[in-house]
Design a protein around this ligand. Structure first.
Ligand code: MN
Length: 248
């Protein structure tokens, strides 16, 4: 099995080495990741300037650094290394729960894999205070990989690991609470400026991704690429008749 490992924290993040190490018993591993941090870049691609693909060494792994986004890395990595089966992204230093997955570059790398017909799995963990204990997390990453790898019914999965996992849970994406907030501040020269920050969310709904991680479980959320709301589409067809076609 060919396993491409990417991230959005940059190729020199300790999280990507931890993920590659956990993955190596499952197949052949190659790392392709951004040369600098690309967190919160979402699914951006680089279309107006050329991309470079440069060799580097991460642990004992063959690794390539790209001057682009996480999605660029997956597209270029899969172009350079044929027949990639799965793309693993992470382990992100910071959770990707609920609405934050709309902004996540970590998840975007996995989404790019799914768009290209490969399996994509994103891994994230809280890292607010200290460097995560990757040796504690790696056995849980391995358990997740044992379950998910090669399962065609699960082309895209978002995984979040708490500091000290006590089990695994299937979850749904919590979107009721939005954790983004604009906070005004003042530039040293007196001008007003703004921060777009992540604000902590306390409330959780049982069974959601956020609930699982707050309760010490590894959260696994299966996702899909098709954003169509089937419910709203059916409702729209009933309530808003499509206007007649223009006659020739
Ligand atoms: Mn990140």
């Amino acid at each position: 099995m060919r396993i491409l490992v990417a991230n959005d924290d940059g190729i020199y993040s300790p999280g990507i080495l931890a993920l590659a190490e956990a993955a190596q018993t499952f197949g052949e591993v190659r790392i392709v990741a951004p040369d600098v941090e690309q967190s919160s870049m979402g699914h951006a691609i680089t279309h107006a300037r050329p991309l470079t693909y440069r060799r580097t060494q991460i642990g004992d792994f063959e690794a390539w650094r790209v001057n682009g986004t996480p999605a660029d890395c997956v597209a270029l990595g899969a172009y350079q290394w044929k027949d990639v089966d799965v793309v693993l992204s992470g382990i992100n230093l910071g959770p990707n729960l609920g609405n934050s997955i709309w902004h996540s570059g970590t998840l975007a790398a996995a989404k790019q894999a799914a768009l290209l017909g490969m399996q994509g799995i994103a891994f994230s963990t809280p890292a607010a205070d200290a460097k995560p204990e990757f040796d504690v997390l790696q056995p849980f990453v391995a358990r997740v990989l044992t379950m998910l790898l090669g399962d065609r019914a699960l082309p895209l999965v978002n995984v979040n690991l708490p500091d000290r996992p006590r089990g695994l849970r299937w979850t749904w994406q919590s979107v009721r609470h939005y954790d983004g907030a604009v906070v005004p501040g003042e530039h040293p020269q007196g001008r007003e400026h703004f921060w777009f920050i992540v604000k902590p969310i306390e409330e959780v709904e049982e069974g959601s991704d956020r609930w699982a991680v707050q309760n010490g479980y590894v959260s696994m959320t299966p996702l899909r690429l098709d954003l169509t709301s089937e419910e709203a589409l059916a409702e729209a067809r009933l309530r808003h008749r499509e206007p007649p076609d223009e006659s020739d």
